[in-house]
Design a protein around this ligand. Structure first.
Ligand code: ADP
Ligand code: MG
Length: 393
């Protein structure tokens, strides 16, 4: 179902009104300093749009997993300076949503306020109607831009959406729904998924959901090792999920020729002994050595397949890309996506590590999803409560 979006609201619905905006400011912090501001930057278009239209912007977000109420370690105060710098505007910090109503009413048109971590208050995660009412009192209408939190039915993502009208998708949420929706509902064929990363376990559901819809799934990363074992090969000391080998075998039977595995791999005795790396075919991994990347032959094979695709979804790196030289396979796939995109394919990347792997190439990729778990659940065809609660278009 298509959702009503912020970009479709008339000027009078925005001008002078208090926009209660749920953002995903769950950023990594080290000693109180934001170490990756991707999520802050991803929120800027919606905030800037609202300010330009004369709204008073009141932002809600969670940060981390505080266990027992307010805890300075998880305070959103720590992100205020960064957000002010990125926005180029001052931010009023609201430490308590109950006492904050007056402050939201005093905001000037175009002013911005940030409310303390939604998870400091009991009832956020249990979607308590009382807390949802407290949040609702902070705005005149609701904008959900936190796609990454939409798979959870919390007071600030789901409950509040029923209390404030209109309740619409922010610009980032709208983009996520548009591109992921196309992938899910009407992908152009050939449609190819590239799946890698550490484990099959977190991605079984998405593999199973994609299998009937795609033309091919190219498998890399440590995940490929579990499949290789299921095919009867020995992969030395590679990362294998022993308890998923049977499942991998079932997928191979069901997937038939759609599942494409690496033909060769880059192996080394250990990550520390990367200098000894060499390429081997997947049936001759030396005893005690491990697979850390896809080899040159596989890179060429995967590239050739991707260049024929009209739709590509990529989740999970092809190797231990944090440790060069084992980033080469992942880089090659990123480059192949860029090439396929230049030839007219729609290219979508999801997953935290995969997004990091295409850093700097964002403008050559159709869409880099910020969602993580929410992206996977969406691709599995699950209903995301935070999306479902928004008004239909
Ligand atoms: P994403 O965050 O994009 O969903 P994952 O979290 O599933 O991706 O997987 C990323 C991790 O997988 C990286 O830390 C990477 O080092 C690891 N990985 C990929 N290939 C291998 C491999 N062959 N051996 C061990 N770890 C691997
Ligand atoms: Mg990850």
């Amino acid at each position: 179902m298509k959702k009503r979006s912020l970009s479709g609201l008339p000027a009078e619905a925005l001008d002078g009104k208090r926009a209660l905006v749920r953002e995903d400011f769950n950023v990594p912090l080290k000693d109180g300093v934001v170490t990756d501001d991707t999520r802050l930057r991803a929120a800027l278009p919606t905030i800037a749009y609202l300010r330009e239209k004369g709204s008073r912007v009141v932002i809600l977000s969670h940060l981390g997993r505080p266990k027992a109420g307010p805890d300075p370690k998880y305070s959103l105060r720590q992100i205020v300076r960064d957000l002010e710098r990125l926005l180029g505007a001052p931010i009023e910090f609201i430490p308590d949503p109950v006492q904050g109503v007056a402050a939201t009413r005093q905001l000037p048109r175009g002013g911005v306020a940030l409310v303390e971590n939604t998870r400091f208050w009991p009832g956020e995660e249990s979607n308590d109607p009382e807390l949802a009412r407290t949040f609702a009192a902070l705005g005149d209408f609701y904008v959900n831009d936190a796609f990454g939190s939409a798979h959870r039915a919390h007071a600030s993502t789901e409950g509040v959406a029923h209390l404030l009208k209109p309740a619409v998708a922010g610009l980032l949420m709208e983009k996520e729904l548009k591109y992921l929706g196309e992938i899910l509902h009407h992908p152009k064929h050939p449609f190819i998924a590239v799946v890698g990363g550490a484990k099959i376990s977190g991605k079984i559901d998405v593999l199973e959901a994609l299998l009937p819809r795609v033309d091919e799934i190219l498998i890399g990363g440590a995940m490929a090792c579990t499949f290789l074992v299921a095919m009867g090969l020995s992969v030395g000391s590679s990362l294998v999920e022993t308890d998923r080998v049977a499942l991998a075998r079932t997928l191979l039977e069901r997937g038939g020729r759609k599942l494409i595995l690496p033909r060769g791999a880059v192996v080394a005795p250990s990550l520390e002994r990367a200098a000894e790396q060499r390429e081997v075919s997947v049936d001759s991994v030396p005893h005690g050595w491990a697979i850390y990347d896809i080899d040159e032959t596989t890179r060429h094979d995967f590239r050739a397949r991707l260049l024929r695709a009209k739709t590509i979804i990529w989740n999970g790196p092809m190797g231990v890309f944090e440790t060069p030289p084992f980033d080469a396979g992942t880089r090659a796939i990123a480059q192949a996506l860029v090439e396929a995109g230049a030839k007219g394919a729609m290219t979508v990347v999801g997953g935290g590590d995969s997004a990091a792997a295409v850093a700097g190439l964002e403008d050559k990729i159709t869409h880099v999803s910020t969602g993580g778990g929410a992206t996977l659940e969406f691709l599995e065809g699950k209903v995301l409560p935070g999306v479902a609660a928004l008004e239909d278009a």
